[in-house]
Design a protein around this ligand. Structure first.
Ligand code: ADP
Ligand code: MG
Length: 308
């Protein structure tokens, strides 16, 4: 099978952990073990999040006295793709001897008039108490919003329209290369309407939606969304919380899932399954192999066709 894996940024930096390089290096082995179990029998395209990492770079950039302006988010996104791609590649290289592996810096075209530019939803960086978040927002002109465990910076997350390197990724797959790409949703770029020239966009594209687009374009059989919860839950965070083991695009669309966290995952899974008839699953990193076999996570299959 051809599988597109969307790995949560939280897999490398768990909530509340220090964002040190050593911590990420220590966490990468667990990721590599989970991915390697899939890569032995399947073609793998690995995308990953970058929320914690890009948030850290953004704070550093905003507070660096050597800079007259912080680096824009497209360039910070490129930096995180390089770093996380390299970490993943080294860990996989070690555990999959003889395998071809490539980490590509890839670009995702977004629309300049996407309404998301006016309504930031994508969480980046650390969790702060409300008053600290408010102070930072005033000091640096950030937008902040409440996440599950506190307040975080939010940035615009326009919808991915096209991945610039799709054909290259396809070529690499056909010569049996495990491809790490689309990290952090891809470097967000706007294509000039006349010349096609690419320029950076101040945004972070959602990696789950980019993964769905990649999976569709690459004619993948399975979209595997790996995160830090074992399932999608109905009534999440309430006394009536219940794991969803089976779902379809229409059942997911009837649920209401949090923007910026579970919402994009259910939307990505629903879109991919609806458009291709393939399968998707959402669940925990360590259960990746089990999820592929329908034994863990939330499995998303096509809706039955309406008859009569
Ligand atoms: P990732 O880095 O994997 O993209 P996110 O924080 O974006 O992680 O999304 C995973 C988080 O979504 C979970 O840790 C959980 O707190 C949150 N979440 C929100 N709604 C739900 C839900 N309905 N079911 C499960 N998790 C949910
Ligand atoms: Mg996320």
């Amino acid at each position: 099978m051809r599988i597109v894996v969307a790995l949560g940024g939280n897999a490398l930096l768990h909530r509340g952990e220090h964002p040190d390089a050593d911590v990420q290096i220590a966490n990468i082995d667990r990721v590599a073990t989970a991915i390697a179990a899939l890569a032995i029998d399947h073609e793998i395209v690995l995308t990953h999040g970058n929320g914690p990492q890009i948030g850290l770079l953004a704070v550093e950039s905003a507070t660096d006295p050597a800079l007259s302006a912080p680096y824009p988010f497209d360039l910070l996104g490129a930096q995180t793709q390089g770093m996380i791609g390299s970490l993943l590649l080294r860990a996989l290289y070690d555990i999959l001897p003889g395998h071809r592996i490539a980490a590509l810096v890839t670009h995702t075209v977004v629309r300049p008039d996407d309404p998301a530019f006016l309504r930031p939803t994508k969480f980046v960086g650390q969790v702060y108490p409300q008053d600290v978040a408010g102070t930072l927002a005033r000091k640096f002109g950030w937008r902040v919003a409440e996440d599950t465990t506190g307040w975080r910076r939010v940035v615009a997350s326009p919808a991915p329209q096209r991945i610039v390197e799709t054909d290259t990724i396809h070529e690499l797959l056909t010569c049996r290369t495990l491809v790490i790409c689309g990290g952090g949703g891809g470097v967000p770029v706007i294509a000039d309407a006349d010349t096609g020239a690419l320029s950076g966009a101040e945004a972070v594209v959602d990696k789950d939606l980019t993964a769905a687009l990649l999976a569709e374009d690459l004619k993948a059989d399975f979209l595997l969304v790996l995160t830090d919860v074992p399932n999608v839950y109905a009534h999440y965070g309430t006394p009536h919380q219940q794991p969803l083991h089976d779902a379809t695009p229409s059942s997911l669309r009837r649920g209401h899932f949090a923007a910026g966290s579970m919402g994009p995952k259910t939307e990505a899974a629903a879109r991919f399954v609806e458009r291709t008839g393939g399968l998707a699953a959402i669940g925990a990193l360590d259960a990746a192999y089990e999820m592929l076999h329908g034994r863990a996570g939330t499995l998303v299959r096509p809706d039955l066709p309406v008859t009569g």
